[in-house]
Design a protein. Structure first.
Length: 329
């Protein structure tokens, strides 16, 4: 296998963790980033940075060069946006552009970073085979990831690309600069700006474990298969309790019922449309997603890839420590 690897979204939260691990594994990394992007995570790393945009076919074509191993990690991961088309341009059209270029390259291998957002939510723990269709996708992020994964599968089935799909759950840990929606939850708790919670559940995993899972998929994954890269299923209250424990803060004990929050969510979004500097924490789609506990199983990845996520306490501690160091004054 070629020791040169092309990584989209290398400057992002998960992308940086993957890039660091690639360097440890002695890969030569070519990192695709947009111009004017924050590359703080990459500045001290020995990587070749190429500027381009997934939405711009020509810039992407010139950036790829002679690479044959690809990690398509880049995604617009926002649960609320003013301009919905931006998410589809990046996640859907960007994926299509990348595939159209790679399928012309002989002996290539791709790991496509999808999401558990594309997997069905049932009454119990979901896996790769849990039924889902487009009508069940809540919000434009989930819809765009569902459609982009569909494009990938169609090209795999036609024999156009050699690709393995991985579906990370909810990664946390060091390096979450933006931060991600889940990282922002941790930050708001640390800033003592989360007085209450709603009842739901998440699968939380250390970002470094997800990065390791990508390379296990590259080495051991079967073309056309998808693998959930998750950690531990946690009630949201338990997740908040662990954050508070490691941060030495008083626990958040006030549980808000969901239905009365919907009018406030609509108002919150309306205000955000007026005030361009404001990003709403409470959103309609966020409430809709919280109606179901998003619990997943990583047994397939454990069985076939040798995937072994660490204890979730370590992930939460690492995340709390990092946010306290870089965001809390």
């Amino acid at each position: 296998m070629s020791k040169k690897i092309f990584i989209t979204g290398a400057n992002g939260f998960l992308g940086t963790a993957i890039t660091k691990l690639a360097l440890k594994k002695k890969f030569k990394v070519r990192a695709l980033v947009r111009k004017n992007s924050d590359i703080s995570n990459l500045k001290k790393l020995n990587v070749e940075i190429v500027y381009g945009d997934l939405r711009d076919y020509k810039s992407l074509e010139s950036a790829i060069g002679d690479c044959r191993v690809f990690f398509h990690v880049a995604a617009d991961y926002r649960l609320w946006v003013r301009k919905k088309f931006e998410i589809y341009e990046s996640n859907l059209q960007g994926t299509q552009n990348l595939i159209d270029i790679i399928k012309k390259i002989k002996n290539h291998r791709i790991v496509f970073t999808s999401s558990v957002a594309t997997i069905g939510i049932g009454d119990c723990v979901s896996n790769e085979d849990t039924f889902v269709d487009f009508s069940q996708m809540i919000g434009d992020y989930k819809k765009s990831k569902y459609l982009s994964e569909k494009i990938v599968k169609q090209n795999i089935n036609s024999g156009s690309i050699n690709c393995i799909i991985v579906n990370p759950s909810t990664p946390i840990g060091p390096g979450d600069l933006k931060p991600t929606p889940t990282g922002n939850v941790i930050l708001q708790v640390l800033l003592k700006k989360m007085p209450a919670y709603v009842e739901t559940g998440l699968n939380i995993v250390h970002v470094d474990d997800v990065a390791r899972g990508h390379f296990q998929a590259l080495e051991k994954g079967k073309i056309g298969e998808r693998y959930i890269l998750g950690g531990e299923n946690l009630e949201f209250k338990k997740f908040l309790d662990l954050i508070c424990t490691y941060a030495n803060l008083r626990k958040i004990n006030f549980r808000m019922p969901k239905k009365p929050l919907y009018p406030f969510a609509y108002l919150n979004e309306s205000f955000a449309m007026i005030d361009k500097s404001y990003t709403p924490m409470l959103t309609v789609n966020g409430l809709k997603m919280s109606e179901h506990k998003m619990f997943f199983s990583s047994e397939k990845a454990k069985k076939y890839l040798g995937y072994r996520p660490r204890n979730i306490n370590n992930a939460i501690k690492d995340s709390v420590d990092w946010f306290k160091k870089y965001f809390i004054k």
